[in-house]
Design a protein around this ligand. Structure first.
Ligand code: ZN
Length: 273
């Protein structure tokens, strides 16, 4: 039996993702607000309709700006996980800046009664210290890397490599990696932008074809596979896209897949070690 798991994850970035751009305008910020105003309620309705629980990575900035929407996510039984304070790419932060940012976001989540189990790096990029900080702060899992696809694993800390010297492997981290990928990220396919220019605008049938084929291949070939899909309320919330997500959920349910919060997957893996 394939025993497949699907994790629906939503990066509720709201304004914070736009504040990370060089040029920030009110129109860009309003695009972010769409995620809170329309995207989140629509996603919560869809999940409720199927009786599914999901994982929301919420920056501290979003929690403080859209408290009611974040509390509705928690009240719905969904997982709220750590996604930095203001969506600043950690690869440009010093160790102290990154640590302070992570601690600030952690404190904001604790302020709404959430003890985060997981972390996803903003911009899907890391600094040389990120994984060490994830371990130090006591997270059970990270979901930022693309080393594997359908199998959670222990990421390595302290790898050394350069153009002159081959890979010297570091040690295994004390937390799990639930890998993500750009193919399963709605932003990459759908999100149009003027500057920097992003074409976006993929037809949902095109993305459904990719996401369904990823699930089908895993379900056929990988025993106990975990498919992590990364979405953004401000992107997937549009009618033609949320309809596609509804169709994908139906397809995976028909195939017998289980839908889980990422924290539950990580706890299950930890328990079976
Ligand atoms: Zn994000």
């Amino acid at each position: 039996m394939p025993d497949s798991t699907v994790c629906l994850s939503f990066d509720f970035d709201a304004l914070s993702v736009w504040l990370a751009y060089d040029r920030v305008t009110p129109a860009m910020l309003n695009r972010g607000e769409y995620g809170a105003r329309v995207g989140v309620p629509r996603i919560l309705d869809l999940l409720d309709g199927h009786g599914l629980k999901a994982t929301f990575f919420v920056p501290g900035h979003t929690v403080e700006s859209f408290r009611d929407e974040t509390e509705a996510i928690v009240a719905g039984g969904h997982e709220v996980a750590h996604h930095s304070y203001a969506h600043v790419d950690p690869s440009g932060q010093s160790y102290d800046e990154e640590r302070a940012d992570m601690e600030r976001a952690w404190a904001v989540l604790e302020g709404i009664g959430v003890r985060p189990l997981g972390f996803r790096s903003p911009s899907a990029d890391l600094s040389a210290s990120t994984l060490e900080l994830v371990e130090e702060l006591g997270f059970l899992y990270d979901s930022s890397l693309m080393t594997d696809d359908y199998r959670p694993f222990r990421p390595r800390i302290g790898d050394r490599v350069s153009r002159e010297s081959p890979l010297e492997r570091g040690r295994d981290a004390g937390f799990w990696e639930l890998p993500m990928c750009f193919e399963l990220d709605d932003w990459v396919h759908f999100q149009f932008n003027f500057d920097p220019y992003r074409k976006g605008g993929a037809p949902p049938s095109h993305v459904l074809e990719i996401w369904r084929a990823e699930f089908d291949w895993m379900d056929e070939h990988v025993d106990g596979g975990v498919l992590t899909i990364c979405m953004h309320p401000q992107v997937i919330g549009r009618g033609h896209r949320i309809g596609m997500l509804d169709e994908l959920i139906g397809h995976c349910l028909d195939a017998g897949a289980r839908f889980e919060r990422m924290g539950d997957v990580a706890q299950r893996l930890e328990g079976s070690r």
